[in-house]
Write a protein that binds this ligand. Structure first.
Ligand code: MG
Length: 159
């Protein structure tokens, strides 16, 4: 049995006039994340962790930001593309874990829904999908509410 591990990181700016979508869930908040796609920073970090585990580059290579095909894209659909690459190569996901750094809004009430939405698109049990949230103690860009970032790890197995 072979094992591979990958890590991913992403940050997006908070701006007005955009919806806030995290883990495929739309949250009520006066600010949203800016980006070419739906800017779901959680799913972006997760995809980079999966790609990283198999040395398949990063999401910028697979879904170039200047490609109109991905404008406004649902990041969960991009995640399905990444999972197809993983499966094509004979790998299965053991588990993934993520931590979102956001001062506001409070994410705790939405964590279970995020885990379910990600797990269903990945073909996993929610038990295999960790989503955690922390503030940045008002420090740095996340703490000043200029943006939201996310770190992710993924463990893959090939029987
Ligand atoms: Mg991104």
């Amino acid at each position: 049995m072979q094992l591979r591990i990958g890590n991913g990181y992403d940050i997006h700016r908070l701006v007005s006039g955009r919806p806030l979508i995290l883990g495929g869930i739309r949250l009520e908040h006066p600010l949203g994340l800016d980006g070419h796609s739906d800017a779901d920073v959680l799913v972006h970090a997760l995809m980079d962790a999966l790609l990283g585990a198999l040395s398949l580059g990063d999401i910028g290579q697979h879904f170039p930001p200047d490609d109109p095909q991905w404008k406004g894209a649902d990041s969960l659909v991009l995640l399905e593309h990444v999972m197809a690459l993983v499966r094509e190569r004979g790998w299965i996901v053991v588990n993934v874990d993520t931590v979102v750094i956001a001062e506001r809004p409070k994410l705790k009430p939405h964590i279970a829904a995020m885990r379910r939405s990600i797990a269903s698109r990945m073909g996993l049990d929610p038990d295999q999908v960790g989503v955690k949230a922390t503030t940045n103690e008002q420090l740095g860009p996340e703490g000043r509410e200029e943006g939201i970032s996310c770190h992710a790890v993924a463990l893959l197995q090939r029987p």
